[in-house]
Design a protein around this ligand. Sequence first.
Ligand code: SF4
Length: 89
Amino acid sequence: MRDSACKGQTEHFFPPHGEQADAREQREAVARAICLSCTVLLPCREYARRHREQGYWGAENDEQRLEVRRRASRNHHRPPAEPPIAAQG
Ligand code: SF4
């Protein structure tokens, strides 16, 4: 929190009630620019993913975090790769 670039600018990170898609796109573009200048981007992103936060955190919105969780879940359930076939000789 101490090092966050978004301090005092929460209006860019959480949607107002009834926000329209184009307004959201503009708001998240501003939030993204702030996040990309932030020195704690990676720990912030990890925190939000782990705690299933709502809003824009670590240059990710809710849908992007959901997609990361889905991808991780798919990879978790994938069977391990077959070992390479040994050369015969
Ligand atoms: S990465 Fe973005 S949301 Fe996270 S602390 Fe920095 S500016 Fe705030």
